[in-house]
Ligand binder design. Structure first.
Ligand code: SAM
Length: 302
């Protein structure tokens, strides 16, 4: 019997992707290759039917930690050989794994979420592509995307930047550099470091809206919005637990264009002095107060 093709991005003919295989029967062999399988980040109900199907039919599972993945497979009633994989594995081990995919279907999972998003797999996928081994990716949970959608921060442009550096100076420098980008910034964070990161944001990007998305998909899921000073006070009083996505809204200054600022200054100057109006608009937009004051004086003399 001919084996089904691995699905790959393809053109769509009459509403159906031409390279999509028909849903395979569970007793059919999978095409050899690498299958990237996203797994739940807390709620086991988030496993997809495709993930269960591929995990059930693959020849083995490459994973970060065989104990963690073993528990997931057991929960799903699946028994498969497991191989520990991380991107720092010896080149020889990776080559062997990639070679094996010429004849075997291997699923790659991380401990939780989407492989390669702050997790191993990048080198494996690269090597597979170089060697002409088919690779396909099954979508599923990813904490960064969940945090973004839940936060309500602008999502038309966003940048995921993994974990902030653990050292204070490097953390501040990274925030100062990425803070220039006109996009919502998404970081992975740990509970013990949250206060330090908020303090660094308060120092480097004090006027930005922040969201702390914690324990996503779990019993104590929460998403708290505010500015760094307020969130620092809150988490100082309520030390955070669990897993965290930290999001920083885009610079307001980039959103408020000059015409908007002029309108706001005119409106404010109806009741306030130019210096007070400049202060109010600076607070609302994040634009420089001195620049706004100069503009307010121009507008006044017009
Ligand atoms: N590959 C995973 C993904 O797709 O989300 C991320 C793995 S990374 C090693 C682990 C980090 O993801 C955690 O430190 C935390 O910042 C974030 N994370 C994972 N699960 C989370 C959850 N349920 N709620 C909030 N953040 C989570």
């Amino acid at each position: 019997m001919q084996k089904p093709c691995l699905p790959r991005p393809s053109c769509v003919v009459h509403g159906r992707a031409v390279s999509d295989p028909a849903p395979a029967k569970s007793d059919e062999d999978l095409t050899p290759g690498l299958y990237l399988v996203a797994t739940p980040i807390g709620n086991l109900g988030d496993i997809t039917r495709r993930a269960v199907d591929i995990l059930s039919r693959c020849d083995g599972v490459a994973c970060e930690d065989t104990r963690v993945t073993g528990k997931l497979l057991k929960h799903l009633g699946i028994s498969k050989p497991m191989w520990r994989y991380d991107d720092h594995s010896e080149h020889r081990d990776r080559s062997r794994l990639v070679d094996s995919m010429r004849t075997r279907a291997v699923a790659l999972v991380s401990d939780a979420g989407t492989p390669m998003i702050s997790d191993p797999g990048y080198r494996l996928v690269n090597d597979c592509r170089e060697q002409g081994i088919p690779v396909t990716s099954l979508p599923g949970p990813c904490a960064a995307v969940l945090g973004l959608t839940l936060s309500g921060l602008p999502n038309d442009r966003f940048m995921f930047a993994g974990f902030l550096p653990p050292k204070d100076k490097a953390r501040r420098e990274t925030l100062a550099q990425l803070g220039q980008i006109d996009a919502t910034l998404i970081f992975y964070e740990t509970a013990p470091r949250l206060l330090k990161s908020l303090a660094a944001i308060e120092e480097v990007l004090p006027k930005r809206e922040i969201a702390v998305a914690r324990e996503l998909t779990k019993l104590h899921e929460e998403c708290r919005r505010g500015f760094s000073a307020g969130l620092m006070a809150y988490y100082d009083a309520h030390p955070p637990k669990g897993e965290i996505v930290l999001l920083i809204g885009p610079p307001e200054a980039v959103q408020a264009n000059e015409a908007d600022a002029d309108d706001m200054l005119r409106e404010a100057m109806a009741t306030l002095k130019p210096s007070q109006a400049a202060g109010q608009v600076a607070k609302a937009t994040g634009l420089d107060r001195k620049v706004l004051y100069a503009r307010a004086m121009d507008l006044k003399s017009e």
